[in-house]
Design a protein around this ligand. Structure first.
Ligand SMILES: N[C@@H](CCC(=O)N[C@@H](CS)C(=O)NCC(=O)O)C(=O)O
Length: 237
């Protein structure tokens, strides 16, 4: 089997992309071997040649190219049906899709803004100018303006967490008694903050914080998820 994932690499080998983290956990869950191709922001041309678009993660498997983390998760589920299920049925797949849209908008946006300054330090020094220019244009604000509004983003983030806090007060995982792709989506957002060493955004006694601790122990721990079965590739497509 020849399965490769191109994923964003940051300063000193950090993996700052939540979209890649959810795929790392999906692959660990599916027990599928993978080789990673660390990708810098400056390599968008290579990603475009490979996949016809400019974002990572991108999966390449036996000549098939799949982009967008959601499509990759679906591909893994359908292509490896004999491995542990990521979704557990079509109804759960549909509700998980709702959760992924929610996580990428209402939930992720305020968190991105809260950790914006730390996130920049997490990137390769050569990628920082591009990142700051593109994000300042996207947000219509300078980094300094974003930093000054941190408490507003914190409030929006806490409001977004509320239904999730209630759910995790009732069950161990978003997926129920054990984790599913829905858990990996939400956890990946916290991992982005974790990788940036940003100030914790959760109350330590909250149900979400306790769930996050459980998530950190999965598959032998995050260091193992980062290194286990990983062959790092270099070179161009
Ligand atoms: N909807 C996509 C989003 C992927 C995405 O935003 N990737 C970021 C990861 S850093 C990226 O490649 N950004 C490139 C850029 O902003 O130039 C997914 O779920 O995979």
């Amino acid at each position: 089997m020849d399965l490769t994932v191109c994923e964003r690499v940051g300063h000193e080998g950090r993996r700052p992309s939540p979209f890649s983290w959810r795929i790392r956990y999906a692959l660990a869950h599916k027990q599928v071997r993978v080789a990673y191709r660390p990708t810098r922001f400056s390599e968008v041309d290579m990603i475009e040649r490979l996949s016809g678009q400019r974002l990572v993660p991108v999966l390449v498997h036996d000549g098939v190219v799949v982009c967008d983390s959601w499509n990759i998760a679906i591909y893994l589920e359908d292509r490896f049906p004999d491995r542990p299920a990521l979704f557990g049925g079509s109804a759960s797949r549909a509700t998980t899709r709702f959760l992924s849209h929610w996580a990428d908008t209402t939930f992720h946006l305020p968190l991105r803004m809260m950790i914006f300054a730390e996130f920049i330090q997490c990137l390769c020094p050569e990628d920082r100018d591009y990142f700051v220019r593109s994000r300042e244009a996207e947000f219509g604000m300078t980094i300094e303006q974003v930093r000054r509004k941190r408490s507003c983003y914190q409030k929006a983030f806490e409001a977004a967490c509320l239904p999730f806090e209630r759910l995790l007060g009732e069950q161990d995982f978003v997926g129920g008694p054990s984790p599913t792709y829905a858990d990996y989506i939400v956890f990946s957002v916290f991992l982005q903050a974790h990788v940036c060493n940003s100030k914790d955004v959760l109350r330590p006694d909250s149900a979400i914080a306790l769930w996050r601790s459980r998530m950190f122990t999965l598959f032998g721990g995050i260091d193992r998820v980062t290194s286990e079965n990983e062959v790092v590739l270099s070179g161009s497509y």
